[in-house]
Design a protein around this ligand. Structure first.
Ligand code: ZN
Length: 106
């Protein structure tokens, strides 16, 4: 099963991310932003961000997020050919399908 990771900055400086399945439907959406002030752990805030894809059957399709930090409804257009593909599983033998430098670090 192919999965894709997309992300885009929100107007409020948060980073909006989502994973898509092979039909380009959103399987998970979240937002992160750098912690302000506290640097101890260096851990970014992460909040659930409802997201859904629009016209997912098209090569150019839109994904809309509801940003949990600023409440905006953020719409971005993505090109299916430019999406980053996630490895199906960490132990997958299909590593050759993934271009170098795109290893995911969840
Ligand atoms: Zn925002």
């Amino acid at each position: 099963m192919s999965r894709f990771l997309i992300s885009t900055p929100c107007e409020c400086q948060a980073s909006l991310s989502a994973t898509l399945d092979e039909h380009r439907h959103v399987t998970a959406g979240w937002a992160t932003r750098s912690p302000r002030g506290r640097s101890a752990a260096g851990e970014a805030d992460k909040e659930l961000a409802p997201a859904h894809s629009i016209n997912a059957h098209l090569d150019r399709f839109d994904v809309a997020w509801l940003c949990p930090y600023c409440g905006r409804n953020t719409l971005r257009t993505f090109d299916a050919g430019a999406m980053r593909r996630l490895p199906a599983a960490s132990a997958s033998p299909a590593a050759g399908l993934v271009p170098p430098g795109t290893t995911s670090s969840p």
